[in-house]
Design a protein around this ligand. Structure first.
Ligand code: GTP
Ligand code: MG
Length: 475
């Protein structure tokens, strides 16, 4: 057949767009990158999640719900040198080494930002793009950072006096009242308009830090703590930017120079400049996609106050991810994270039959039933998952009733056991009514011989999480 010139106006629009898209992609072939933030409070499961995710991307036999895999377009993934020279590398090899040790152990707590690049080669979905460019590569830059740092964001819009009032209010109520008693006693004894006093500033900061640490103990498990960096100071430990605490605001003359108040106020502002702004500008604002890992089960173990605090913390976070154009956040962030997954972690601590309830709980913690539908959708999702599945399903007959249980190696024990973890409540409201001490979800050790079968580590719904987070970028 003789070639005829193609008349451009006879080509359907969608066809042209596909060609443009293919050309654009091919041109940008070397910069097809997506930055995925992984965050959550300490112990939420970030390190395990990332380690398991990477292990599974490198050995993709356990990811059937990732469309690129089910459609046969996923070719391979490899670890590549990370792009940012100033970020520590996520120590994948050490963490997987821990999980695969004999006996296996959980990775150590990490408490700082780190990054890893995985490059994924895949066949594009569109026939044209496949013809044009063959395989394509997606660079997935995974950034692990403490959720505690996110909680500092509200500081940016508060003056020191406003912050002091807020924190003191919060600390006089609920479970914080007892935990903060020593610190409050001390700052209430200080005269904020007395002379600058380094010893007093240091003592107040120490007591305040001890209080923040107590809020994270197992019995309390509170989620909102500021300043977040007090709990993981890193290189800034002992610096003036981390040596302050709220004071009782004086009624007048708080502007007087040379006072303790003025000293603390300067340090509060320094903390914002040295710690908070750089984090949001240099790290947070560059993320394209985000997973927030939430340990709902641990909050339930601690009781209704812990769950209520988690709810307030999550509500604050939601604002951070969905600022309107008129929001005070917009000038700071300048853009939105495109997709956010809020995931209830350690779903392997309850049988599969209860996963729906776990998902419903995280929905409940994030949204009012009234506005849920407006939020959930293409760019925000919730899920119950486990980076590493440590248990199997089991059933036990009790009083003629079949109970859904889990079987695994409970922490601190030598023999596997079948555990009935109890039933999750079906709403957050039900938790508030039941009070404290009703839940006791057991923790488990990683199973032996992980990865010996040559496949990715066992998990729960990592593939579903991946499909939501990067599935579109593998099309
Ligand atoms: N059963 C189960 N336990 C998990 C899972 N992920 C994490 N854990 C448990 O939670 C603990 C903390 O997990 P990490 O991944 O270290 O948590 P993290 O968020 O990185 O914590 P920091 O590094 O302290 O910020 C682990 O030591 C395990 O005991 C999971 O998928 N299943
Ligand atoms: Mg970690």
């Amino acid at each position: 057949m003789k070639d005829r010139p193609l008349r451009i106006d006879s080509i359907p629009d969608f066809f042209l767009r596909t060609v443009e898209d293919a050309v654009g992609r091919a041109g940008g072939l070397f910069d097809n990158t997506v930055r995925l933030g992984v965050t959550g409070l300490s112990g939420a499961g970030k390190t395990v999640f990332i380690t398991a995710l990477v292990h599974n991307l490198l050995r993709p036999q356990r990811l059937p719900l990732l469309a690129a895999i089910s459609e046969g377009r996923y070719e391979a993934a490899i670890l590549r040198p990370q792009p940012d020279p100033d970020l520590p590398r996520f120590d994948y090899e050490a963490h997987i080494g821990d999980l695969q040790a004999d006996p296996p152990r959980w990775p150590e707590s990490t408490r700082r930002i780190s990054q890893l690049r995985v490059s994924i080669r895949y066949q594009p979905k569109s026939f044209l793009r496949r013809q044009f460019a063959g395989s394509e590569t997606l660079n997935l830059d995974i950034v692990d950072y403490p959720g505690e740092w996110l909680l500092d964001l509200p500081l940016l819009r508060l003056t020191y006096a406003e912050w002091c009032t807020r924190i003191l209010d919060l600390c006089r109520r609920g479970p914080r009242a007892a935990l903060s008693a020593d610190w409050r006693g001390y700052v209430e004894s200080l005269n904020p308009l007395g002379p600058e006093d380094e010893i007093a500033a240091r003592r107040a900061a120490e007591l305040y830090t001890a209080f923040l640490q107590a809020t994270r103990q197992d019995q309390a498990q509170l989620s909102r703590m500021q300043p977040g960096r007090f709990l993981m100071p890193g290189d800034l430990a002992g610096s003036p930017a981390l040596t302050f605490s709220p004071l009782v605001p004086p009624k007048h003359e708080r502007w007087m120079r040379g006072t303790l108040w003025h000293l603390m106020e300067r340090r509060f502002e320094a903390y914002k400049d040295v710690v908070v702004r750089p984090f949001f500008r240099d790290h947070f604002a560059r993320l394209d996609r985000q997973v927030v890992l939430v340990d709902v089960l641990r909050a339930l173990n601690a009781g209704a106050d812990s769950v209520a605090d988690l709810r307030s913390g999550l509500t604050d976070l939601l604002e951070l991810f969905r600022p309107g154009r008129n929001s005070w956040l917009w000038p700071i962030l300048g853009r939105r994270v495109e997709r956010v997954l809020f995931a209830a972690t350690k779903a392997d601590h309850v049988p599969v039959a209860q996963h729906d309830r776990l998902t419903r709980l995280i929905d409940d913690l994030l949204f009012d039933p009234m506005n849920r539908a407006g939020y959930l959708g293409a760019d925000i999702a919730t899920l119950a998952l486990a980076g590493l599945r440590t248990t199997r399903e089991a059933q036990v007959k009790r009083d003629g009733e079949l109970l859904d249980c889990i079987e695994g190696l409970p922490t601190g024990e030598d023999e596997p056991a079948v555990v009935f973890p109890g039933r999750l409540p079906d709403s957050v409201a039900a938790i508030a009514e039941s009070g404290t001490g009703n839940y006791g979800f057991a923790e488990f050790q990683p199973p032996p011989e992980l990865g010996r079968d040559g496949r990715g580590l066992p998990h729960i719904r990592l593939d579903r999480a991946l499909q939501f987070l990067i599935g579109d970028r593998l099309e």
